[in-house]
Design a protein around this ligand. Structure first.
Ligand code: NAI
Length: 330
């Protein structure tokens, strides 16, 4: 099969190379079709996407994306927002699992955050009422709320998980979050075997820090999902091991959660783990479960041994040496 690979900006090409090397080493039936996108491409061409990128995703349906920077003050659109809108990837899925060998406050974390990706305060409907007053609109629809809640329960069912927790603030935002919660309750009725729990967002942050092991699948509107998913990444030691998938009815775009790390770009010291884990998520969604687990296990072994790891996680190895060690463990 063919799939689109967008190396992106900064460390993007270095970590994308790691994905290509591992695809080759695992002899996977995936031909990467590469397209440029992001700030560096925009500086050269005045366009944020290489022509043909959108058509290629339309044709191949699956994409893996490196980090992209948005040129500030130039009127260019964010590649991430443009892709999300173009391909209607309504669900942002972020599994959060502990890695042995990574310095973190907890062990054995295994959570999945499912964030609504299309509405809420991210609609960008905001304006100045006068020079001292601004208004932003939190748009929530029943359709999008039901869709994301259904996705969360289906995810739980397919992945043999037992509980879905809705994150909300419906006690204060009675209409917007109230509608989200109503949709959650309606959808939950169709899944009697899965526990449906509701937790107010501020309490959720505290509970996650105190008792992360009591949660399983989390579902939230866009803004809470954005914030709580980074809190969850903190539970496993940061963004270095945080992959995500942007899922739509027709298209799926996987990526690392971190950015383009301009401070270390071009030095061959970037940690490719998050993009490799995003690739593993993509393999899993393609039904290649054995391959996904093989990749995760090889990566986990290299990290646990700690001999050939990149500087961000306490080592001295280069991106290519780290990748080579994973290949040896595969
Ligand atoms: P960042 O995630 O790029 O960097 C934050 C810190 O983490 C830096 O010190 C960086 O060196 C380190 N870091 C990040 N990824 C790493 C990796 N794989 N290996 C080793 N160290 C790593 O966040 P920042 O600096 O806020 O953003 C830089 C650019 O990335 C901005 O233009 C931003 O818009 C863009 N960005 C893009 C995202 C995407 O495309 N999904 C997500 C977040 C930011």
């Amino acid at each position: 099969m063919k799939a689109v690979l967008i190396p992106g900006d900064g460390i993007g090409p270095e970590i994308a190379k790691s994905v290509e090397d591992i695809t080759k080493a695992m002899k996977l039936d995936i031909e990467w079709v590469k397209y440029q996108a992001g700030a560096e491409y925009a500086q050269k061409t005045k366009e944020v996407f290489e022509p043909g990128l959108v058509d290629a995703i339309k044709e191949y349906k699956w994409a893996l994306k490196g980090p992209t920077a948005t040129p500030i003050g130039t009127g260019f659109r964010s590649v991430n927002v443009a892709l999300r809108q173009q391909f209607a990837t309504y669900a942002n899925v972020r599994p959060i699992r502990s890695f042995k060998g990574i310095d973190s406050k907890y062990e054995n974390i295994d959570l999945v955050m499912i964030r609504e990706n299309t509405e809420d305060l991210y609609k960008g409907i905001e304006y100045m009422i006068n020079e001292n007053m601004a208004n932003g609109i939190k748009l929530i629809t029943r359709e999008a709320s039901e869709k994301i809640c259904r996705y969360a329960f289906e995810y739980a069912k397919i992945n043999n998980r037992h509980k879905v927790t809705a994150i909300h603030k419906a006690n204060i935002m009675k209409y917007t979050d109230g509608l989200f919660l109503e949709a959650f309750r309606d959808v939950a009725k169709n899944y009697p075997d899965i526990e449906a729990q509701e937790v107010i967002v501020d309490n959720m942050c505290m509970q996650l820090v105190l008792r992360p092991e009591t949660f399983d699948v989390l579902v939230a509107p866009n803004l809470y999902g954005d914030i709580v998913s980074d809190l969850c990444a903190g539970l496993i030691g940061g963004l270095g091991f945080a992959p995500s998938g942007n899922i739509g009815d027709e298209y799926q775009i996987y990526e690392a959660v971190h950015g383009s790390a301009p401070d270390i770009a071009g030095k061959n010291i970037a940690n490719p783990s998050a993009l490799l884990l995003a690739f593993a998520l993509m393999l899993e969604a393609l039904g290649k479960l054995t391959e996904a687990n093989r990749l995760r296990e090889a990566l986990a072994k290299v990290v646990e041994e700690g001999k050939t790891i990149t500087p961000d996680i306490g080592g001295t190895a280069s991106t290519s040496a780290f990748t080579q060690s994973i290949i040896e463990k595969l």
